[in-house]
Ligand binder design. Structure first.
Ligand code: IPE
Ligand code: IPE
Ligand code: MG
Length: 232
């Protein structure tokens, strides 16, 4: 069974750091290295799209120090790894809203997106200032505008709604992995998850390895995806 689109909620950085007697930001720092390793592993495994939850619309509630630190990580990540991502033909994309992100971080993200836009390999898609409820509301607004401006009839079908979401260009979500043992979705890809397989792993993100990813994919391959039907 082919896995085309995998999404990961990279959770547990803070608790990992605390358990090591470190401050939360050290967990995020380690998390960036793991992110790199997993992106490369996913590319090697032939995954088409890897969507990573990097910052949620709710994460602004954290301290200014922590938010400020998280917003500096893209600059660190791309300065260290963009060359390798280019060599591997990986394309960087983003879902979420750019506007509220600090301008320096916006520039870094936009530059990585622009520099890799013609790459044809795996898509490394960052969910940054992303919240799925917001995504759905924005999709509804867009649809409504099309109806009001008479571009279309008010006859939306379920199968068409994907085109109004931030993930419109990507294949359906096959597998969603969340680290850290939390069994919740935390406002991630609510619509897209309708028939995805879910894996909740007990280890924090800084301890996630390419072997853990391989195990998740093996589990996925054992699943019987029926999509509401019956297998003969
Ligand atoms: C995930 O780790 C990273 C982000 C949400 C940005 P956390 O920072 O949520 O770590 P825990 O869940 O508090 O351990
Ligand atoms: C989800 O993790 C968001 C990211 C990993 C970026 P959180 O740590 O923010 O989620 P909750 O607060 O445990 O639900
Ligand atoms: Mg968390």
């Amino acid at each position: 069974m082919n896995v085309r689109h995998v999404a990961i909620i990279m959770d547990g950085n803070g608790r990992w750091a605390k358990a090591q007697g470190k401050v939360r930001t050290e967990g995020h720092f380690k998390g960036v290295e793991v992110l790199h390793d997993i992106a490369i592993a996913a590319n090697d495994l032939g995954i088409e799209v890897l969507t990573l939850y990097a910052f949620s619309t709710e994460n602004w509630k954290r301290s200014a120090d922590e938010v400020g630190y998280l917003m500096k990580l893209p600059a660190y990540f791309f300065s260290r790894f963009l060359k390798e991502l280019m060599e591997k033909n990986i394309r960087i994309t983003m879902i979420g809203e750019m506007e509220q992100i600090p301008i320096d971080t916006q520039k870094v993200l936009q530059s990585a997106i622009d520099q890799t836009k013609n790459n044809t390999g795996m898509v490394l898609n960052f969910a940054m200032n992303y919240g799925s409820q917001r995504e759905i509301v924005l999709g509804i607004r867009k649809y409504t505008e099309e109806v009001l401006s008479k571009k279309r009839e008010n006859n939306l079908e379920v199968g068409e709604f994907d085109q109004y979401l931030m993930t419109s260009e990507f294949p359906p979500l096959d597998l969603m992995i969340r680290t850290s043992g939390e069994c919740r979705i935390s406002n991630f890809l609510l619509w897209q998850l309708a028939y995805s397989e879910l894996e909740f792993v007990d280890i924090p993100w800084p301890e996630f390895t390419k072997e853990t990813l391989a195990t998740c994919l093996e589990q996925f391959k054992k699943r019987d995806r029926r999509f509401g039907g019956v297998k003969s």
